[in-house]
Design a protein around this ligand. Structure first.
Ligand SMILES: *Cc1c(COP(=O)(O)O)cnc(C)c1O
Length: 361
C-alpha cells in the first residue's frame, strides 16, 4: 500500500489559466515560465498543458534539453542565462535562447563564435538590481553582440521588483513599476521587449512590450493575495492532499505533538494526517492554519512533524481514518497558507518533496 499522500496536478486548470493570460495579453507573445519543475507542477505536465504558449522559459540548460526530449518544438528561453562556455554548444544544438546579463557572458559568446543561429536577449537592470546591464549600456551591448557572427539579438528583457497591485499606494516603495518603466523608455521601442511577469500582466496594463513572461498565474495562484482567483478567472492547478491515518481522543490539558505546543481546552478529537515537513508542508505553520476535510475547514494543532501533522476534528464527526485532507488546493489557497508562515505561495509549491507521488488529472 502506498502512503496515502499525493499531489494532483490539474492540467485543465493550467490550460484555463494560460487562456486567461492570452486574453489579457492583447496578442503579445506568451512565455510560460516553467522554472523549478514548473513551480512544482512537473516539466512534463507543463510541456503538455502549455502547448499553446509561444515558448517555455526556465533556468537550467538541463531542463531545456529535457523539454526538447519531451517533444517541445517551440521557443525555449534561459531566464538566468548560461553559466559556462560549454553550455553554448547545447544552446545551439537544442535551439535554446538565452538572456545575456553580463560582460563575462558576451566574452564567452564571442570566444565560441561563429554560430549558426544563437538567439540572445539583452537583460536590462531597470531597478531590481539583480541581473542586467544599466539602461545606458544597452546600445553598446547590442552592438557588441550583433558584431558576433551568427549571434542575433531578439530584444530587451527586464523584471519588476514590485508588480503587485498596490505597489505605491503608501508612497513608500522606492522601486515602482512606473520608475522601472521610465528607465526602460526608448529601449522597448527599438525591438522586441519582454517586460511583464504575472503581477504586471494582471495589474499594470501600462506595461506593454511584445512578449510577456507568465509564471505563478499559470499555476492558478494570484500574484497579489488581495485579488481573488475568481476576479482573475484562474484556477489552482495543484491539490496537495493526504489521508487521516489515526484519531486520538484527548482530555482537556493534554498536549499535541513535539514541544507540546498546542494544549486541548476541551475534550478533543485529534486526527493524524500522513503529511509532514519532509513532504513539503512547512514546519513553521502555526496552530489554527486551515486544512479541508469532509467539506469543512479543520485547524492544524501542534507542530508539524517530519512525516505527520495533526488537526482538530472535534466538530467534524465525519472525519475518520481514511478521510482525505486537502492541505492546499481549491479550498485552502496556497497563498493563504503561505501568508500564515510568512512566505509566498511560490515557495510552498516549489518546496514539494520528491517523495510525494504525483498524479495528473
Ligand atoms: C520567475 C520569473 C518570472 C515569472 O514570474 P511570476 O511572478 O511567477 O509570473 C518572470 N521573469 C523572470 C525573470 C523570472 O525569474
Amino acid at each position: 500500500m502506498p502512503r496515502p499522500i499525493s499531489v494532483t496536478i490539474h492540467t485543465s486548470a493550467m490550460k484555463n489559466n494560460l487562456a486567461v493570460v492570452r486574453s489579457r495579453s492583447a496578442g503579445r507573445k506568451v512565455w510560460a515560465v516553467v522554472k523549478a519543475n514548473a513551480y512544482g507542477h512537473g516539466i512534463d505536465n507543463a510541456v503538455q498543458a502549455f502547448e499553446d504558449a509561444d515558448g517555455l522559459a526556465t533556468i537550467e540548460v538541463r531542463d531545456a534539453m529535457f523539454m526538447r526530449h519531451l517533444g517541445w518544438k517551440k521557443r525555449i528561453l534561459l531566464l538566468e542565462g548560461f553559466f559556462d562556455d560549454d553550455d553554448l554548444e547545447a544552446l545551439e544544438r537544442y535551439d535554446i535562447e538565452t538572456n545575456v546579463h553580463s560582460q563575462r557572458m558576451i566574452d564567452m559568446i564571442r570566444a565560441k563564435a561563429p554560430y549558426k543561429n544563437l538567439r540572445v536577449h539583452i537583460k536590462v537592470n531597470s531597478g531590481m538590481n539583480r541581473l542586467g546591464f544599466a539602461p545606458d549600456e544597452v546600445p553598446a551591448v547590442r552592438e557588441a553582440l550583433e558584431a558576433i557572427p551568427g549571434c542575433r539579438v531578439m530584444g530587451v528583457v527586464t523584471h519588476f521588483a514590485n508588480s503587485e497591485r498596490d505597489y505605491d499606494r503608501e508612497g513608500n516603495r522606492p522601486v515602482t513599476v512606473a520608475r522601472q518603466l521610465e528607465r526602460m523608455a526608448g529601449q522597448e521601442t527599438t525591438e522586441g521587449a519582454c517586460l511583464a511577469n504575472s503581477g504586471a500582466i494582471c495589474f499594470h496594463p501600462e506595461v506593454m512590450g511584445d512578449e510577456i513572461r507568465a509564471g505563478i498565474i499559470l499555476y492558478g495562484s494570484s500574484p497579489d493575495s488581495s485579488v481573488t482567483n475568481e476576479e482573475l478567472g484562474i484556477k489552482p492547478a495543484m491539490t496537495f492532499a493526504a489521508r487521516i491515518i489515526a484519531v486520538q481522543n484527548i482530555a482537556p490539558g493534554e498536549a499535541v505533538g513535539y514541544g507540546s505546543r498546542w494544549i486541548a481546552s476541551r475534550p478533543s478529537r485529534i486526527a493524524v494526517v500522513a503529511c509532514g515537513y519532509a513532504d513539503g508542508y512547512p514546519r513553521s505553520m502555526p496552530d489554527g492554519s486551515p486544512t479541508y476535510v469532509e467539506g469543512v475547514m479543520a485547524p492544524l494543532v501542534g507542530s508539524v512533524s517530519m512525516d505527520m501533522l495533526e488537526i482538530d476534528v472535534t466538530d467534524i464527526p465525519a472525519a475518520q481514518v481514511g478521510s482525505l485532507v486537502e492541505l492546499w488546493g481549491e479550498h485552502v489557497l496556497v497563498n493563504t497558507l503561505a501568508a500564515r508562515c510568512n512566505t509566498i505561495g511560490y515557495e510552498l509549491m516549489c518546496a514539494l518533496a520528491p517523495r510525494v507521488p504525483v498524479r495528473v488529472d
